[in-house]
Design a protein around this ligand. Structure first.
Ligand code: ADP
Ligand code: ADP
Ligand code: MG
Length: 654
């Protein structure tokens, strides 16, 4: 076994790897960017070294810096985690060249599986069923349109270099093909520097079922059962579970065999995942699953496999990388496990990533619940990286039990500061059809409203509670002030709470709720302060956390931000922006879709901004004409920065 490891990652996965490194007695070496100085992962490791500035390109993706640091720190191996350089063959090569073991497969295996088209060809040769479609070299529009016809609509256009659901377009009919192709190529080119695409049959009632595989340096490969990752949004996993609902021993054996063959075809070493798409319309069947891609790394959702097998997959990764043989034991499976990805994002605003300092954080500690977090109270969630902040995993005897345990664990998880998808995740766990295992990859999109992922009225009961907390704090301050001012002369002020001076009369307090102005009515009676907003009284079950002149109120998994007399705060959602189109967050301008003077209609896409690995379209607030454009494609914009202005259409003369 190695004596030391450098963990070339951040966040929850760096923390996760550090835990196993410690268990195995490895000296763990963390790296961090300026945005992560002092972050949890740097403190969980034995040593930590600065990589560079916040942008990933200059830190977590800087191969030379990483290898140099590893060499200087005397790391025997480098664990890449997932994301970042985990599937980068050059990085694996650079490690080898420096005499450091890369914890993962060979550069050759990474390359063989790196491009989806090539990987599919390889799988066809290995006898693994692949999704019907075209994955050749020719890329002319006419030719691809012809192939799409042959494959049969609906089809999926995919970037061969794609990942994270990017560069993918579903096309319903021939008339839409060309436009979809152009936009897929554009996105692929900008995200991966490779505009090549393939065409696939869009599988009906698709379910994503993947097989965890492991290979060793001695030619063995095996699988550790499946995971169902069909609950997705924008082709990205949200909830994953193991085993897959409706899986039979026969289908599992067939999929497992295909996955092991896929691994063997590339001489795979270490942990990998073979992803299949399944036609779920008639249940899981031996003849209705097709290879999509292989991820040559540890997967985000590996904990559900660990839960049902009792294994530590990171330990296996280290052992295999150190040259040990895969254990020849028969791995058994017990119970059911479900994982939810907790993201700093706002489901009520189109899942816009949310940044800011974590004011309060609490995870439930109970049997059967595992929390893999990468943040702690005080952590600043920045726009530089993925918004995943934690994973909550439940393990139960049955699927129903696991889902119930997960839902209640999510209810008990508190995150104040950035907005999160906690309420949305809990609603998903409780969705009736999902509970009955009637779902496919379109489930979330079809049920957004039922899952609460739509703009909603602010929670006035929670806001009122927040106002009450702020006023109570103010009352204490006044009382303390009064006491200290009258310390010498024993004074009747001593026994008084500042607000009792007001009697039971109600006063109006100007407040802002999530940035929008409102008015709270506060009265001070013998029981203290009671507050209501629009006649709605403060909710006793809301939890309030004060920070930075505001109160973050959590109730039913939603966060309400309350300030008193704060009308200056910029909130692009609620302020009358007077035609200002501003960046909702710090990010990179991918495209400006209009020109000065162009006339636009309400809702039209004006520009695209990328932040936290996602694209966000800025849309016209009303019909009008484009005024000044202040941002340029490729440039960075700060949160709230002006991108352009729209001048309202003058009313037509009558
Ligand atoms: P995919 O598996 O969908 O191709 P990636 O390999 O980019 O996508 O990453 C898998 C998932 O891991 C993403 O959905 C993202 O949420 C998350 N992720 C990737 N890198 C990191 C990281 N360094 N820190 C936290 N989360 C990450
Ligand atoms: P990525 O590298 O972005 O993870 P994948 O090829 O794994 O790309 O596809 C991502 C997701 O898109 C899958 O999990 C699945 O939900 C959906 N998908 C991919 N291919 C198909 C298909 N042929 N039919 C239906 N859905 C698909
Ligand atoms: Mg995938």
């Amino acid at each position: 076994m190695f004596a030391s490891v450098l963990i070339a990652n951040r966040g929850e996965i760096a923390c996760r790897i550090a835990r196993t490194a410690r268990k195995l007695g490895l000296r763990s070496i963390a790296v961090y960017s300026d945005a992560d100085a002092g972050a949890l992962h740097t403190r969980l490791c034995d040593e930590a070294y600065r990589l560079g500035p916040a942008p990933a390109r200059e830190s977590y993706l800087a191969i030379d810096k990483l290898v140099e640091l590893a060499r200087r720190a005397g790391a025997q191996c480098i664990h890449p985690g997932y994301g970042f350089l985990s599937e980068n063959a050059e990085f694996a090569e650079a490690c080898a060249a420096a005499g450091i073991v890369f914890v993962g497969p060979s550069p050759g295996a990474i390359r063989a599986m790196g491009l989806k088209g090539q990987a599919k060809k390889l799988m066809e040769h290995a006898g693994v069923p692949v999704v019907p479609g075209y994955h050749g070299e020719r890329q002319e529009t006419k030719f691809l349109a012809q192939k799409a016809e042959e494959v049969g609509y609906p089809v999926l256009i995919k970037a061969v270099a794609g990942g994270g659901g990017r560069g993918m377009r579903r096309v319903e009919e021939p008339a839409e093909f060309e436009a979809a192709l152009q936009s897929a190529i554009r996105e692929a080119q900008s995200a991966f520097g490779n505009g090549q695409v393939l065409i696939e049959k869009y599988i009906a009632s698709p379910r994503h079922v993947e097989i965890q595989v492991f290979g060793d340096r001695h030619g063995s490969a095996m699988h550790l059962f499946e995971r169902d990752c069909s609950l997705q949004r924008r082709h990205q996993k949200v909830i994953e579970e193991a085993p897959a609902p409706g899986m039979t021993p026969e289908v599992r054996a067939a999929m497992g065999k295909a996955a092991v063959e896929a691994a063997k075809a590339v001489g795979y070493v270490g942990a990998g995942t073979v992803e299949f798409i399944v036609d779920g319309s008639r249940g899981l069947r031996r003849d209705a699953f097709w290879f999509m891609e292989m991820n040559t790394r540890l997967q985000v959702e590996h904990p559900v496999t660990e839960a049902i097998t009792g294994l530590d997959l990171v330990e296996w990764q280290f052992r295999v990388a150190a040259g040990e043989k895969l254990p020849s034991l028969d791995v058994a499976m017990a119970g059911h496990a479900v994982e939810a990805r907790v993201y700093a994002e706002d489901p009520e605003r189109g899942f816009l990533p949310s940044t800011g300092r974590i004011i309060a954080l609490e995870f439930p500690a109970r049997d059967g619940i595992r929390v893999d977090a990468g943040v702690e109270q005080g952590t600043q969630v920045t726009p530089f990286y993925d918004p995943l902040i934690a994973k909550v995993i439940a393990h139960g005897a049955t699927r129903r039990e696991a889902l119930e345990a997960l839902a209640s664990a999510l209810d008990r998880t508190l995150v104040a500061g950035p907005r999160t998808n906690l309420a949305f995740l809990a609603a998903l766990c409780r969705a009736e059809d999902f509970r009955k295992a009637q779902f496919d990859t379109g489930f979330i999109d079809r049920n957004l409203a039922a899952l609460g992922a739509v703009p909603k009225e602010p929670d006035r009961a929670a806001a009122a509670k927040g106002v009450a907390e702020l006023l109570a704090r103010e009352a204490k301050r006044i009382a303390a002030h009064a006491r200290s001012a009258s310390e010498e002369a024993a004074s009747p002020w001593n026994s008084l709470d500042g607000f009792q001076l007001c009697g039971a009369r109600a006063v109006w307090v100007p407040v802002s709720i999530n940035g929008a102005p409102a008015s709270a009515s506060a009265s001070y009676g013998p029981q203290g302060i009671s507050v209501s907003i629009d006649g709605i009284a403060a909710a006793p079950d809301a939890l309030a956390f004060e920070a930075e002149n505001a109160v973050y109120v959590l109730r039913h998994g939603r966060q309400t931000l309350v300030r008193i007399k704060d009308f200056e705060a910029i909130d692009v959602d609620h302020l009358d922006t007077g035609g200002l189109v501003a960046a909702p967050m710090h990010g990179k301008v991918l495209a400006i879709l209009v020109r000065p003077g162009a006339s636009v209609s309400k809702g039209q896409r004006l520009a695209v901004i990328e932040a936290m690995k996602m694209e966000h379209a800025l849309i016209a607030p009303f019909d009008g004409t484009v005024g000044e454009i202040s941002a340029t494609p490729g440039g960075q914009v700060a949160e709230g920065a002006k991108v352009m202005t729209i001048e309202a259409k003058k009313p037509e003369p009558v």
